[in-house]
Design a protein around this ligand. Structure first.
Ligand SMILES: Nc1ncnc2c1ncn2[C@@H]1O[C@H](COP(=O)(O)OP(=O)(O)OP(=O)(O)O)[C@@H](O)[C@H]1O
Ligand SMILES: [Mg+2]
Length: 334
């Protein structure tokens, strides 16, 4: 039994991927789901959201070869003559664990690109190539098994490189955060075909390794919906322009991501079952929560969330609870 992997992805930057991973993981843990989050973006924004500077210094400045404390350090031996190591994780609460990120992770990009090609080869080279291409998945699975986790959530950066490809082909479920603007819409048109191609490429690779020596991901890569992010719209567009792009999302998602050949639905996102949520612009609550290193929906009056801010915190709790329940339903837990 392997633990399912959920990845929030859009190759467009700044659409709220990391923020969603952080808040949804927290909410899941409150709902008593056991979650392992893994920071697979060399920008390490997820890690810095969870951990304060002192803890980050303890982790990043103490590189012990036998006891890796970041995702990169756990996979690094593969680039030499070793095998994967079990990483030390950060316990965030009783139900939530983080595998810390690492700026050095980008060094793994090259072996990943090289081994992706070799997984279509033959003979002895298949073992090492598949070991490298599935390294993140193997490490996350080990941690999830140890913690008896229900779900793994991966945070990745905004690009279509080898690193993200290896995470996405190992994902069971994909959610696409979007802004209601031309950039996001245009982004969908190249994201969809890329995801489809990667899925096919992975299938060929799985077929090519007839007697695998270890478990490998099955390449489900199921898109389970999109999330509209109000904060991510560029240049504070007037409401009319926002609505114009927003209303194009449902059919563009069906065309580009689901590769649907059906007639346009002309659905609006608020009526679309594939729209998992529209996330509000949380304005001053965002820096407040970042400073306290807690989710927006956990801010208290003592943190400065007073008056209308406090109402917004409670509304955020309700919104994230609803979104998280929808996600659980889509991935058939609950
Ligand atoms: N709902 C929101 N309201 C206001 N600001 C938000 C909201 N969600 C995210 N942000 C802010 O927007 C910025 C980008 O968000 P985030 O880092 O989550 O995006 P990302 O897609 O992970 O970016 P990248 O592509 O660089 O990894 C951050 O400064 C974050 O604090
Ligand atoms: Mg991010």
């Amino acid at each position: 039994m392997t633990v399912p992997v959920l990845t929030f992805f859009n190759n467009k930057g700044g659409v709220g991927k990391t923020s969603l991973v952080y808040h949804v993981a927290w909410m899941l843990s409150e709902m008593r789901k056991r979650v392992v989050v893994v920071d697979l973006d060399p920008q390490t924004n997820l890690t810095t959201a969870f951990l304060d500077e002192n803890r980050l210094a303890e982790i990043w400045l103490h590189d012990c070869k036998e006891k890796p404390n970041t995702i990169y350090r756990a996979v690094r031996p593969l680039t030499r003559v070793g095998d994967l190591l079990n990483p030390k994780t950060e316990s965030i609460n009783h139900n939530l664990w983080l595998i810390p990120g690492d700026v050095a992770l980008s060094e793994f990009e090259e072996p990943l690109a090289e081994c992706w090609i070799k997984t279509m080869g033959s003979g002895d080279e298949l073992y090492r190539s598949f070991r490298i291409v599935t390294a993140f998945w193997q490490v996350a699975q080990k941690v999830a098994e140890f913690q008896n986790a229900d779900l793994i959530i991966a945070d990745i950066g905004p690009n279509l490189g080898a690193l993200n490809r290896s995470v996405l082909v190992a994902s069971d479920y994909i959610i696409i955060p979007l802004a209601a603007d031309i950039y996001s819409l245009q982004g969908l048109t190249n994201l969809g075909p890329t995801l489809t191609r990667w899925k096919q490429d992975w299938k060929k690779r799985v077929e090519n390794w007839q007697n695998p020596s270890f478990d490998i991901p099955n390449g489900n890569m199921r898109p389970i919906g999109y999330i509209c992010q109000q904060h991510a719209v560029r240049n504070n567009k007037p409401v009319q322009a926002y609505d114009k792009w927003l209303n194009k999302i449902p059919d563009e998602y069906r065309n580009s991501i689901l590769r649907s050949k059906d007639q346009p639905t002309h659905l609006k996102p608020d009526k679309d079952p594939l729209c998992l949520a529209t996330i509000k612009h949380y304005r001053s609550l965002v820096p407040m929560a970042q400073e306290q290193r807690k989710p927006i929906f956990h801010l208290t009056t003592a943190d400065g969330a007073i008056g209308s801010h406090y109402n917004a915190v409670q509304a955020a709790y309700a919104d994230f609870e609803k979104l998280t329940k929808k996600i659980l339903k889509k991935i058939q837990f609950s």
